[in-house]
Design a protein around this ligand. Structure first.
Ligand SMILES: *Cc1c(COP(=O)(O)O)cnc(C)c1O
Length: 397
């Protein structure tokens, strides 16, 4: 099927990144040209920049219900926030112990950081398994805590299968046992309600470009009173916690984006859940031998992750792209290997099934017409690919 002129392109890869909301771009624009000062400068230009950064800090703090805005420290994105939370907590507590607990399905920004600490710095890491829906229980976290455990890091929502974790319960366990609790909330911010105080979260990572804000800017929430070693050393920006001239337009844009996301959270979530469920049931009605990955209800409002038997996710992606639909596959071919995703393997999918996976993630701008178009265009492609793979299989006999 060729993408003809009348076929509208449909973007369903919002877990990878989102488009900036027009209000966000509008808020950012003056900060490239008119208000361009360095926030560390004492002149009027600098003070104006500083004021804008502090306003954004309040916007982020409000969205997470942080106790004070100073608990929000701006970074260059989710990966930096994850690296900083884990390395910072590990180094600042290394005299107390060198054991970290995380899960098998974290983002690589968490997993590779933990592996680095094991290899380079003598830390021991427990990678908790998850159940078939991708859930880890607070009881499993509690059981894994040892006298030398210094940090628990469990993501709020999984970026591949959308499963939500019992963050509040895990926070309660960690607080009671005196262990720091970090959550990678990059997929959760703006999608589900979060409250760092009520959920007993000590450290929380977020990233602007996952909630219709700009790329290359994020934040780490650091509970007040918590001492964290620096990751980025240099100047005295961010009260000495994170060096480097602040990304002024980025920070302003992220502040506006999180404010919009918080205002529209309930409305957006309700609409996306309806569209998501239409997409999931629509595909399952039209295509046989499909399974839904991730928890059926405790999942991100925008996440649909399906495995199609007998076909390759990569082939499906390419054909969907030709048909004007942008999605993502469960295998890690993009990273140069043919290994299926660690998340799909961790929920127990056999390699062959994991390879046939497709992730479609909705955005605040996804419409009913978009879903109709996918339900129209996807089933014949799957049928076609299956016919080809059946032919190949019979040729090999
Ligand atoms: C996207 C993502 C990250 C990385 O964030 P960047 O801002 O792209 O560095 C980390 N964790 C999760 C769960 C993500 O989805």
């Amino acid at each position: 099927m060729e993408l003809n002129q009348r076929m509208k392109r449909i973007y369903l890869d919002n877990a990878a990144t989102t488009a900036c909301a027009p209000e966000v771009v509008e808020a950012m624009l003056p900060y490239f040209t008119e208000v361009f000062g360095n926030a560390s400068s004492i002149h009027a230009y600098g003070r104006e920049a500083k004021r804008a950064i502090e306003a954004a800090r309040r916007q982020v703090a409000r969205a997470l219900n942080a106790a004070i805005p100073q608990e929000i420290i701006f970074t260059a994105g989710g990966s930096e926030s994850d690296n900083w939370a884990i390395k910072g907590a590990a180094f600042s507590r290394k005299e107390k112990g060198r054991h970290i607990i995380t899960t098998a399905i974290e983002h690589h920004a968490v997993l590779h950081t933990c592996q680095w600490l094991e290899k380079q710095c003598g830390f021991e890491v427990t990678y908790l398994p998850v159940d078939a829906d991708g859930k880890v229980s607070a009881a499993a976290v509690e059981k894994a805590i040892r006298p030398d455990t210094v940090l628990v890091s469990v993501m709020a929502a999984n970026n591949e299968i959308g499963t939500l974790q019992p963050i509040a319960e895990i926070g309660t366990v960690c607080r009671a046992r005196g262990v720091l609790f970090h959550t990678d909330a990059v997929q959760a911010v703006g999608a589900i309600p979060l409250d760092v105080q009520a959920m007993n979260i000590d450290l929380l990572s977020l990233s602007g470009h996952k909630f219709h804000g700009p790329k290359g800017v994020g934040a780490l929430y650091v509970r007040k009173g918590l001492k964290l070693d620096n990751l980025i050393h240099g100047g005295a920006q961010e009260r000495g916690f994170r060096a480097g001239t602040e990304n002024l337009p980025g920070i302003v844009g992220m502040g506006r984006a999180i404010e919009l996301a918080a205002e529209r959270l309930t409305e957006n979530a309700q609409r996306m859940i309806r569209l998501r469920d239409r997409l999931i049931t629509g595909i399952m009605e039209r295509v046989p031998e499909v399974r839904l990955n991730g928890h059926p209800t405790d999942r991100l409002p925008n996440n649909c992750n399906l495995s199609f038997k007998y076909i390759e996710g990569e082939a499906l992606l390419l054909r969907l792209d030709l048909a004007g639909i942008a999605g993502s596959s469960g295998s890690a071919c993009t990273s140069g290997t043919l290994d299926p995703s660690h998340v799909l393997l961790a929920i127990g999918l056999p390699h062959a099934i994991a390879h046939g996976s497709l992730r479609l993630t909705l955005g605040a701008d996804t419409t009913d017409e978009d879903i109709d178009a996918v339900l129209d265009r996807l089933p014949p492609i799957v049928q076609d690919l299956r016919a080809m793979s059946a032919m190949n299989a019979s040729n090999m006999l």
